[in-house]
Design a protein around this ligand. Structure first.
Ligand SMILES: [Zn+2]
Length: 137
C-alpha cells in the first residue's frame, strides 16, 4: 500500500520556493510566510508565527546547529591557526588570545542562523501526515 507524503509547504496556501524558505530560516523569519519572527528569545523558537500562525513549538533542532557550528568553526579556526603558525610562528599565548575569542564570537554568531536554518529544513521536508511527530500541524 502506497502512502502519500504531503510536505508542510504543500499544506499551506501558497508554497514558497525552497531557497526562500531556507533564507527566511537563516534570517530568523518564519519559513512559511518569511515575515513573522522565528525566535522569541536568542535561541528559543517561538510557539507560533505572529504573522501567519504557523505552529513552531514542535520543531526540535536538537544538537544539529551546534554540530554544524563546530564543524564550520573547527575547520575555519584550525585552518587559520595553522596558517598563522607556519607563517609567523607566534608564541602560544598569542594563539590563545587570537583564537579563543574568535571561536566564542563565531559560535554566538552562527548558532541562531543555523538553528533557523534547521527549523526551516524541518518545515520544508517533514511530512504533515504523521501527526505523532512534532511540528506536523
Ligand atoms: Zn509565518
Amino acid at each position: 500500500m502506497a502512502t502519500t507524503v504531503v510536505t508542510a509547504a504543500v499544506a499551506g496556501a501558497a508554497p514558497r520556493p525552497t531557497l526562500a524558505m531556507l533564507a527566511s530560516g537563516l534570517c530568523g523569519r518564519c519559513p512559511r510566510c518569511g515575515k513573522g519572527p522565528l525566535f522569541s528569545g536568542f535561541l528559543t523558537v517561538a510557539d507560533a508565527c505572529g504573522n501567519c500562525g504557523l505552529g513552531l513549538s514542535g520543531h526540535d533542532a536538537g544538537d544539529g546547529p551546534a554540530v554544524f557550528a563546530i564543524f564550520i568553526l573547527g575547520f575555519g579556526i584550525v585552518g587559520l591557526a595553522a596558517v598563522v603558525e607556519f607563517l609567523f610562528a607566534p608564541p602560544l599565548w598569542l594563539h590563545a588570545a587570537l583564537w579563543l575569542p574568535l571561536t566564542l564570537i563565531g559560535a554566538i554568531a552562527l548558532l541562531r542562523p543555523l538553528k533557523g536554518l534547521t527549523v526551516a529544513l524541518q518545515y520544508r521536508y517533514r511530512a504533515v501526515d504523521e501527526p505523532e511527530r512534532p511540528g506536523a500541524t
